[in-house]
Ligand binder design. Structure first.
Ligand code: NAP
Length: 176
């Protein structure tokens, strides 16, 4: 079982501009049109949990990037738009309980996405692995990847690679 973060962040720790814009991510030159291993990462998962804000951002791309079931955390929505009914469903309640119930359904390796969502998982110490890609930009402000916590959580660096001569992707595993 594993709950995994896979995310890109600015050097100052933001995952989007304040208004949710990720133009700075889309503008990174990508001459070989690489997905930087995203599809093979998705292949290794059983499902994805994301916050409602991230779900709405992805819906706005007009191209559904996931081949695994998506669970959208939302207290506000009761169902996803009809076009996404086969792809995603709303989940509510305590995060620990949601993860437990997914595991009972065989969903063991879970990609956790969205700033507030990641922070909720970290606050419950429910993240086992973090794959973080640093983009060489200081946004100055925006939606943060991490929030204040009242305890420390240690991770072990297991891999770092430079992508496209500009991005630094590091993989960390939760250590005891
Ligand atoms: N840089 C990247 O790689 C990357 C990756 C992913 C997302 N993003 C960007 O990040 C932004 C979204 O992040 P975000 O921090 O705004 O939010 P988020 O985590 O995507 O969504 C947060 C929302 O999820 C719902 N929610 C319900 N239960 C929750 C719980 N226990 N914990 C957390 N959320 C819960 C709430 O909505 P309700 O009001 O419906 O309850 C909450 O406002 C978007 O702009 C997206 O494009 C960037």
């Amino acid at each position: 079982m594993a709950n995994i973060i896979y995310i890109a962040t600015s050097l100052d720790g933001f995952i989007a501009r304040k208004d949710g814009n990720i133009d700075w991510l889309m503008e990174i030159p990508n001459p070989n049109n690489s997905d930087y291993g995203f599809s093979s990462f998705i292949d290794g998962l059983d499902g994805i949990i994301m916050g409602r804000n991230t779900f709405e951002a992805v819906v706005g791309f007009n191209q559904w990037p996931y081949t695994k079931p998506v669970f959208v955390l939302s207290n506000k929505l009761n169902k996803v738009p009809d076009a996404y009914r086969e792809k995603a469903k709303i989940v509510k309640g305590d995060i620990g309980g949601i993860v437990e119930s997914l595991r009972k359904d065989g969903i063991e390796r879970i990609y956790v996405d969205g700033g507030k969502t990641i922070q909720s998982f970290l606050q419950r110490d429910l993240i086992n692995e973090m794959i973080i890609t640093r983009v060489p930009i200081l946004l100055g402000s925006g939606i943060p990847l991490f929030a204040e916590m009242n305890f420390e959580t240690k991770f072990k660096l297991v891999d770092t690679e430079i992508l496209n001569d500009s991005l630094v992707r590091s993989t960390y595993l939760r250590s005891p």
